[in-house]
Design a protein around this ligand. Structure first.
Ligand SMILES: [Zn+2]
Length: 199
């Protein structure tokens, strides 16, 4: 954490997320079928390693000074790339969990040393269900979850108990198609989550 970091403002963070189309504004049909004026796809910024690393450095720079971390852990798949750059920024190892028969598990000989202080990294958190499962996995393994970081907090009520340090908070409102003013105004709709409709 002693590395010199060029700090970023919230506006600069948002600009990176928008320029890479990780956050899009317009008229979207979500996979739920509801409509929204905002669409989040964190994978788009994580296509760019250096930009991702800058965001990870900023995320780490905003953590409490006294937050001790021995290990970073991410839930597959979405969290792994962000976790990797966070781990690089902290100069700590990264492990990740993945689902085995529907349950979150540590495979690949990954281990949590007893008493290790673990920072969980996820790309986007709505309620953090996967984060909570990983939190329990780490506790059961004898580790201590020091905190949770994410690129984006979508403003749901987090179900995990560790302190949460999202880089930005962005509520994504959605509504039923019948209630959609964008539809009523004839604004072209995109369905980026669907393979069947044009992007
Ligand atoms: Zn609409």
């Amino acid at each position: 954490m002693c590395e010199q970091v060029n700090r970023m403002t919230d506006e600069e963070v948002m600009a990176v997320l928008q320029q890479t189309a990780a956050i899009r504004h317009g008229h979207f049909q979500l996979t739920s079928g509801r409509h929204s004026d905002t669409y989040i796809q964190c994978a788009r910024v994580l296509e760019h390693p250096r930009l991702s690393y800058r965001l990870a450095q900023e995320t780490v720079a905003r953590l409490p000074q006294d937050l001790a971390v021995d290990l970073v852990a991410s839930p597959a798949v979405g969290g792994i790339l962000f976790g990797f750059v966070v781990a690089a920024a902290l100069d700590k190892p990264l492990i990740f969990s993945e689902r085995v028969d529907g349950r979150m598990a540590l495979r690949r000989s990954f281990a949590v040393p007893p008493g290790a202080r673990v920072l969980i990294a996820e790309d986007v958190v709505t309620t953090g269900g996967s984060v909570k499962e990983l939190e329990e996995l780490i506790s059961d393994a004898g580790g201590v979850v020091a905190g949770v970081v994410s690129l984006i907090d979508r403003g749901g009520q987090p179900v995990f108990s560790a302190p949460f340090y999202p880089l930005i908070q962005l509520e994504v409102p959605s509504w039923s198609p019948e209630m959609c003013e964008l539809c009523q105004n004839g604004v072209e709709i995109h369905a980026p989550g669907s393979r069947n409709l044009a992007k």
